[in-house]
Write a protein that binds this ligand. Sequence first.
Ligand SMILES: Cc1ncc(COP(=O)(O)O)c(C=O)c1O
Length: 289
Amino acid sequence: MRVYLNGKYLPKDEAHISVDDRGFIFGDGVYEVTRVIRGKLFAESAHWRRLENGLSQLGIRPPAGFTMEAVRTISERLLNDNGLADADATVYLQVTRGAAPRVHVFPPPETPATVFISVSPMQIPWELRKQGVKVVTQPDLRWARCDLKTVNLLPNVLARQRAKEAGGWEALLVRDGVVTEGAATTAFAVVDGQLWTHPSGHRILPGVTRDLVLKLASELGFRVHEAPFRLDERHRWQELFLTGTTTDVQAVVDVDGAPVGDGRPGPVSRALQAALYHGMGVSSLAEPG
Ligand SMILES: Cc1ncc(COP(=O)(O)O)c(C=O)c1O
């Protein structure tokens, strides 16, 4: 695999960052994961807006010429160099505040940010998408700016790990009784045929897929509530599903060992999954089996 690091295209094992990099030392950086469908970046502008917002909120100055078009050019070259020019893949982009002696305050403004970009092939796990997954609830232990997509993912890592150890595919994060989101996904519940998802704000990541699914849901005529929904009302959930750049629309059929609805993916998540795939242009890809 060839990757991009600070202006250079390198074999991955030759791409090295400084031990002083503030991404390594402090988790002082942001990232994006963008989907690639048959060689084309999907929802590129939405990912770019979120990245720019994170950089500006955190006061991280990217290098001159760091534009969406420049990142697209780099991503396309990486896809090409890695034999993924027409493939389904993901692009990972990380920008940190750069390398500087370890003090908490920001380094001098001329310190160059670190920019890393890599690509990976991705195949849709059709069996999971069709059958649904189990989730395990975990306390949401994250900080008060979950809207920023920073590389500080320790609470997410711990929640996912604990969920996995308990047989879950994802952790469903709960704060003060309210479902916020998944460790790396947005959560939606269906109650009385209507959709509920946590309001945007500082408590969740503003998911690119969340926005797409909200739009699709309205177009399909579903009533949508961007309002808190509580775990102790889970007996009312007819469906639960997760969304994300690599998760698409993924039905959840089990929470903490108890079935959601009849324990099978329901009609709302199936309709939204189909609509999202249609919008992504992957509906024509045959589902195996
Ligand atoms: C905490 C969290 N919530 C939600 C999402 C889904 O966001 P998106 O749809 O932009 O991938 C992610 C994606 O990584 C995430 O990390």
